[in-house]
Ligand binder design. Structure first.
Ligand code: DGJ
Length: 744
């Protein structure tokens, strides 16, 4: 193989073609590629922004100890022994492809970002062609002028005589130089989403993937961070982040062979998804968003957060309401009086929005538990005789906004929808459907345009009839459990996974075109759809059905690697927790929820006056720090995954005038010793006044009301007592602090 590689290079040079180093950059990052007309484009450099002289002196990639640095290797003509990004079967049955550069260009662009904001940057387009076939493959790299993010993707146009078959179609490949590199990725399942796993890259292959069909963040996540020089540090060290922006099945692979590099591949999972591309058709892969930071893992997270708030997340720069969701409070036990009561209760605690969750719908088959009615989006008149009108009237009376839960992509076999359209569900022709939640749940086939119209119609009907609805919780509680489309042709069956998500995005686009303002939560059995393909249409996502404050510290920590606090719905709930049955203190539950987008998920009727008072205080205090949490820069300080029973993080406002510091003790052992956590991100020259929020102690902290320089706080931190100074009968084993810092 090495020999072949050498011969190709030698022949390229003998043909007089010269390699050109092409640089694209963001404010602090440079990506350099070597592009030959008639050759394969190669990777040269990705890292901190280069000066012109360093750029000119960069080494030639062909000298890198025979590493194979092609950035989009195609299978068969040359690349047969190494992993490839692309493979196809041509009309004549030939399975080999060679992608050589025809041309490339860099163009400044100003366009609409996915969330509707205007963005500017540069687009590098590399056009490649197989010398034997007329197909065109374009490789794109798009930069941003104001955030350190480069998106990469490809498209292929079939210019052959008839249909070709794509069997591998990664979005992007990035070589990463070996040097004790660690990969940080996020494992999970229902109620334990985004669990951080950090592992050293070794020889062999690391594969991270999802095959759920519908909810691709319900297992492992499609975002990874690489610390380039040893185990990742939160606030120092070089880090590359990569987020695949796709809502369907994906595959991420890091292949480490005997060269000097690890090879990162990310894209649509090709398993059972070979794609038949008709003559003249174009197939576009999802984007991968890359960042580089020399400020450690937290630095890379800040790049994602800024990019997300500005360009990806719907209404990313608008403060979120503090809400009460009915789910954990009443589950399916919805009724007019109960909803009115909950609205009054959240209003009395300072909340701004009430969301009625599952259980409000179904006429012929009323939704009493989870085994019926999905698809029948009409009010259950027995539960809600005055309909949504009555709920909106009560919301107005209680001075809160109103939101509603739907699960539009799903049906139950016990539903009027299924009786009318059994052909709308996903299942192989001739087979019985596999049934999910409640023993009757099925997934609607979004590859079918009629189903897309139906799903759009659910939102459209609600919002046309009731324009006062301010918030929609969009849930999805089933995977694709049996493969097959009753809509797609026999030849197109293998398109189902891909077409489902194209259909979903089309529906989301229609909704946002008509309803740009409504707030929509992205929920899928908890955090099953936290991904950057869907977030442009959603304002936030439900982190997990597990609202246990202790486990949330871990899950929110993992989630925060790629997603900003403004998008992380984090609710105060009852104890024992409904998912893990742990009893934590209300103070801890409030403090943890206050580190994300604060809400409540509880029956206030069952709370004591004292508990309500604490929540009222937490909500009032949260309002004072909401802009810092929701728009500020995150500094993770002490990881719960270190295993020493402590977690700490902080948010700092962009102008560094305000900050909020969180400190959580995770377990209590006698004679335990914690470090004094050093702060980060402050202005060393500013003096910050300390004030504890959500305080329960009988006496203030020693540092309360005092001022410290940013330099002191970052060098020393503040001592946090290991327990709360409260009356003996109120003592428990939890301890947490929320400290606000304000520059004088
Ligand atoms: C799963 C969601 O994650 C929950 O919050 C709740 O909405 C239920 N579905 C309702 O069925």
């Amino acid at each position: 193989m090495k020999k072949t590689f050498f011969i190709i290079l030698a022949s390229l040079f003998s043909l007089g073609m010269s390699a050109e180093k092409v640089e694209i950059h963001t404010p602090h990052n440079s990506l350099v590629l070597d592009i030959w007309k008639g050759g394969e484009p190669k990777f040269v450099y990705y890292g901190a922004r280069l000066s012109e002289s360093d750029l000119a002196s960069l080494p030639n990639p062909t000298n890198a100890n025979w590493s194979h640095l092609e950035i989009y290797p195609a299978f068969g003509a040359t690349h047969t022994q190494s992993e490839t990004a692309f493979a196809m079967k041509h009309v004549d049955g030939n399975m080999s492809t060679q992608l050589l550069v025809e041309d490339y260009k860099k163009t400044p662009i100003t366009d609409k970002a996915p969330n509707g904001a205007t963005r500017s940057g540069e687009l590098l387009t590399i056009t490649m062609k197989d010398p034997l076939y007329p197909n065109i493959v374009n490789l794109y790299y798009q930069t941003y002028n104001d955030v350190d993010m480069i998106e990469c993707w490809t498209d292929i146009t079939n210019n052959e005589k008839s249909t070709v078959t794509l069997t591998q179609f990664y979005s992007s490949v990035l070589p990463i130089r070996r040097n004790n590199v660690y990969c940080h990725h996020f494992h999970g399942s229902w109620a334990s989403e985004a669990q951080l796993t950090a592992e050293k890259l070794n020889n062999g292959v690391l594969v991270i993937k999802n095959k759920d069909g519908a909810r691709n963040a319900t297992s492992d996540r499609q975002e990874v961070m690489f610390s380039l020089d040893g185990k990742g540090q939160e606030n120092s060290g070089d880090v590359i982040g990569a987020a695949l922006m796709y809502s369907g099945n994906y595959r991420i692979m890091v292949d480490t062979d005997d060269s000097e590099f690890h090879y990162f591949f990310a894209g649509i999972n090709p398993d059972n998804s070979e794609y038949h591309l008709k003559k003249g058709e174009k197939f576009t892969t999802p984007h991968v968003a890359y960042t580089f930071s020399s400020e450690g893992l937290s630095g890379a997270s800040r790049n994602y957060h800024k990019w997300a708030r500005n360009y990806e997340l719907r209404h990313g720069n608008k403060e979120r309401d503090i809400l009460l969701n009915s789910w954990e409070g009443v589950y399916f036990d919805i009724n007019q009086k109960g909803m009115d009561q909950m609205m009054a209760d959240i209003a009395s605690m300072g909340g701004e929005l009430f969301v009625m969750d599952d259980g409000w719908f179904g006429d012929k088959y009323p939704r009493k538990v989870d085994n019926s009615s999905l698809g029948d989006w009409v009010v259950d008149k027995n539960k809600l005789p005055e309909g949504i009108e009555g709920l909106l009237r009560d919301a107005k009376k209680n001075k809160v906004r109103f939101g509603i839960w739907i699960e539009p992509e799903m049906a139950n076999t016990t539903s009027e929808l299924y009786e009318a359209h059994p052909d709308w569900i996903i299942k192989a022709p001739g087979r019985e459907p596999v049934l999910g939640r409640g023993g009757t749940q099925v997934v609607l086939d979004l590859s079918n345009p009629k189903v897309q119209d139906f799903v759009f119609g659910i939102v459209d009907n609600l919002l046309t009839k009731y324009p006062e609805i301010a918030y929609i919780k969009w849930d999805a509680n089933a995977p694709v459990m049996n493969f097959g489309s009753q809509y797609l042709s026999a030849a197109e069956q293998s398109h189902l996974y891909i077409k489902y998500h194209e259909g979903l995005i089309k529906v989301c686009e229609r909704i946002r075109a008509k309803y740009p303002d409504v707030v929509i939560q992205d929920c899928a059995s908890g955090g099953g759809r936290a991904n950057y393909a869907l977030l442009p249409y959603f304002d936030e996502f439900w982190v997990s059905d597990n609202t246990d404050a202790l486990q949330r510290i871990y899950m929110q920590w993992g989630t925060s690697y790629f997603f900003p606090a403004i998008a992380m719905a984090s609710h105060i709930s009852a104890v024992p927790n409904h998912a893990v049955f742990r009893t934590t203190s209300l103070k801890l539950r409030c403090d943890v929820a206050m580190s994300g987008r604060l809400g409540m998920e509880i029956q206030p009727k069952n709370m004591t006056d004292e508990e309500k008072a604490l929540c009222r205080q937490a909500i009032a205090d949260y309002k004072t720090i909401r802009p810092i949490v929701q728009f500020g820069d995150l500094y993770r300080l002490h990881s719960p995954y270190e295993g020493d029973n402590l977690a700490s993080l902080m948010y700092v406002s962009e102008n560094k005038n305000k900050a909020v510091f969180y400190w959580f003790k995770l377990e209590t052992f006698k004679d335990e010793h914690f470090p004094c956590v050093k702060m980060a991100g402050l202005d060393p020259n500013k003096q910050y006044k300390v004030h504890e929020l959500n305080r329960i102690d009988n006496k203030p902290l020693d540092c309360e009301g005092k001022s410290y320089s940013g330099a002191y706080l970052m060098a020393n931190g503040l001592e946090m007592p290991y327990s709360h100074i409260v009356d003996h009968n109120k003592q428990n084993d939890w301890s947490s602090r929320v400290i606000s810092l304000e520059a004088q």
